[in-house]
Design a protein around this ligand. Structure first.
Ligand SMILES: Cc1ncc(COP(=O)(O)O)c(C=O)c1O
Length: 405
């Protein structure tokens, strides 16, 4: 019996490079091997007690749909906290609550672009942008960035070379996943100027906004752009508050048309989760600054441990992450995916192995990332240290036996 084919959209949507090897990790655990998971940005810090109190305080007899825009108390509390921290004068008319930054990105792609339109991104990139582009029919146009330049934004002339009649937006992730790079105000201003002059949207993914290290101050693009209606920010509670499973994010823009069109899509998907929004509203209105300050300090320490330990491995080139939870490391081998699999299927050291994400899936020019892995520094210092020790031993064993056929 023949069946109708899948849509070309479905065929173009790649498996997440972060989750693809998860089955092998599970099998290693089933064999009794301890698996250090440096492959995914799933923080292990406890979610705030204020969020869990918020969940417990939900008292309605029916878990009804929330409004499509989002829980009003959450929108008010989130805007207040942004205004307190960044003095940007944001309010309810600019914000739409979404199921994580992921949904905010899908809405933004769908609202700002028609199928076939282009968005400029910096390569390597957050891999799920590739999935979102397949879903929305948008073409991502990658501008290559290199580990040798610590993945900084290319020059204005280089960027302008990639703009075509189909370009609708520039998308920057700041701080960046997977590179850990933090864009300077000068770079962001340059991108904003290009967007203004070439009439493009400027989409900024601020999922990791607070996590900037070495004396940098967290910034939102609105501090530079003011109420410029070409700017769309996507934001999330997932990483900031260790709340990945709550699925709460938002889209912020002063562009009324964009906001209204996104709202219409939001109406079609009805609403984001009710209890989580209730809890998030309670959390944001009651939590003090200590939670983020401590999380920041913890990630900064883990970054230092990870970078230092990786730099001790002969032949490994490590990026210098200035923010976020991730770094890229170039290994002295041709195929990092084969190595990542080897770590899960054929290797253990003192009963443990390390799960890393092959970085090729974060590159649109896949060949540029062939030797590179992405590491999420989301484990406690001691575990990070052990995980990288195991990685170093694995690399030695892998190189000694040669790549598998
Ligand atoms: C850069 C970036 N944007 C968006 C997301 C999606 O976050 P959320 O959990 O809010 O959907 C992630 C998650 O890892 C991310 O790293």
């Amino acid at each position: 019996m023949s069946l109708p084919p899948l849509s070309s959209r479905a065929q173009k949507t790649p498996a997440s490079p972060i989750r693809r090897l998860a089955g092998l990790a599970q099998q290693a655990e089933d064999r009794g091997t301890k698996v250090y998971r440096l492959n995914i940005g799933q923080p292990d810090l406890h979610s705030p007690a204020e969020f869990l109190e918020g969940v417990a305080s939900y008292r309605e007899a029916v878990v009804a749909y929330e409004t499509s825009q989002g829980n009003k108390s959450l929108v008010d509390a989130w805007c207040d906290s942004l205004n307190r921290d960044y003095n940007i004068g944001v309010g309810e008319p600019q914000m739409l609550v979404t199921m994580g930054a992921s949904e905010a990105l899908i809405f933004t792609f769908m609202v700002c672009c028609d199928p076939g339109d282009e968005i400029l991104i910096f390569d390597p990139t957050y891999a799920n942008y590739i999935g979102f582009s397949a879903i929305s029919g948008v073409r991502l146009v990658p501008l290559p960035c290199s580990i040798e330049q610590n993945f900084s934004i290319p020059s204005r002339a280089e960027i302008e070379r990639f703009i075509s009649p189909y370009t609708r937006a520039i998308l920057v992730c700041n701080p960046n996943n997977p590179t850990g790079t933090v864009s300077t105000d000068k770079e962001l201003q340059m991108l904003l100027d290009v967007c203004r002059e070439r009439d493009l949207y400027f989409i900024v993914d601020e999922t990791y906004r607070e996590f900037v290290y070495d004396g940098r101050t967290p910034r939102t693009i609105f501090q530079l752009a003011g109420k410029d209606p070409r700017v769309v920010v996507v934001d999330s509670l997932s990483k900031r508050y260790s709340l990945c499973g709550a699925r709460i994010g938002c889209m912020i823009t002063w562009n009324e048309e964009v906001r209204r069109a996104a709202f219409h899509i939001a109406q079609a998907r009805l609403a984001a989760p009710t209890i989580e929004q209730h809890a998030a509203a309670h959390m944001i209105s009651t939590i003090g600054p200590d939670y983020i300050a401590q999380a920041h300090e913890e990630y900064r320490r883990r970054r230092d441990v990870a970078v230092e330990a990786l730099r001790e491995i002969p032949g490994v080139i490590v990026s210098s992450p200035e923010g976020g939870f991730y770094l890229l490391a170039k290994l002295p081998i041709p195929d990092a995916e084969d190595f990542a699999q080897f770590m899960l299927t054929d290797f253990s050291f003192e009963g443990a192995t390390t799960f890393v994400a092959p970085a090729a899936g974060f590159y649109m020019h896949r060949e540029s990332g062939q030797s590179t892995i992405r590491i999420a520094f989301v484990l406690k210092e001691l575990d990070t240290r052990k995980a990288i020790r195991v990685l170093a031993e694995g690399l030695k064993a892998y190189m000694a036996r040669g790549a598998r056929s």
